[in-house]
Design a protein around this ligand. Structure first.
Ligand SMILES: [Zn+2]
Length: 241
């Protein structure tokens, strides 16, 4: 299975005292990025930096990593989803109550705060897939609207908007001017979604996170720091799993 193996070959693991970190090699010139997401440690590093050097950097960051891991483990645990009628699902600034009905597969319908899912049998996996499809469809429409609203304010228009499934990022932008958004953001408050849209559109002007970039984000979306903080603390809840 070559396609499965390549992933393993590309990921290096560094075992530290109390945690292990997955290293992904990037095109970055010098800078090394460290992230702690869902209780896991990730390192983004250029090829030129050896594993031994990364180990030293991680050792220097040990306290920071440990503090992150502790705060993430203290988070409120996610409810175990059963995908049955009555369960609540966040949708932008509100929430919808799941209503599972039996019948031939049908697209989900929203009817006064109820999200109606029709499946031949109430299998959790089927209901979950139907919900995922629904969130993606909403995302498709919603992100296009928001981008159309913010593009003139930012002064940059994307060449395409793509909806993606990402595990640990909310949006991205490439040098073809295409922007990508994680559909899971449809479970976040509207202001948070806006901030991610503005963030990615500003990358059309600046492909980095330097001061000019943040100044532009702030100009268009002054409360971006609140949204950033929200995602940092609550982002783990934006999942169907
Ligand atoms: Zn960015």
């Amino acid at each position: 299975m070559p396609s499965v193996c390549t992933v393993d070959q590309l990921t290096e693991i560094i075992v530290m005292d109390g945690f292990s970190a997955s290293v992904t090699r990037t095109q970055r010139k010098r800078s090394v990025g460290f992230r702690v997401v869902d209780g896991k440690v990730f390192v983004l590093a250029p090829e030129s930096i050896s594993k031994a050097e990364l180990r030293l950097m991680l050792a220097a960051k040990q306290e920071w990593v440990n503090a992150k891991l502790v705060s993430q483990s203290e988070r409120e645990p996610l409810p175990v989803r059963q995908y049955v009628s009555g369960e609540r699902f966040a949708y932008l600034d509100g929430e919808l109550r799941l209503d599972v009905r039996s019948g031939a597969f049908k697209a989900c319908v929203v009817d006064s705060q109820h999200l109606i899912v029709t499946v031949p049998q109430a299998k959790p996996g089927w209901v979950r897939n139907a919900l995922e499809r629904w969130y993606k469809q909403q995302a498709e429409v919603d992100f296009n609207k928001r981008a159309a609203h913010f593009a003139p304010l930012v002064g940059a228009w994307p060449t395409a908007i793509q909806i993606k499934t990402y595990r640990a990022r909310w949006g991205s932008c490439n040098n073809q001017g295409e922007v990508q958004f994680n559909w899971k953001l449809m479970m976040a408050p509207s202001a948070v979604v806006d901030s991610v849209v503005v963030h990615e559109l500003c990358h059309l002007l600046y492909m980095h996170h330097g001061p000019e970039f943040w100044a532009q984000v702030k100009r268009v979306f002054p409360s971006y720091l609140d949204a950033k903080q929200w995602l940092k603390e609550q982002g783990y809840q934006l999942t169907l799993d």
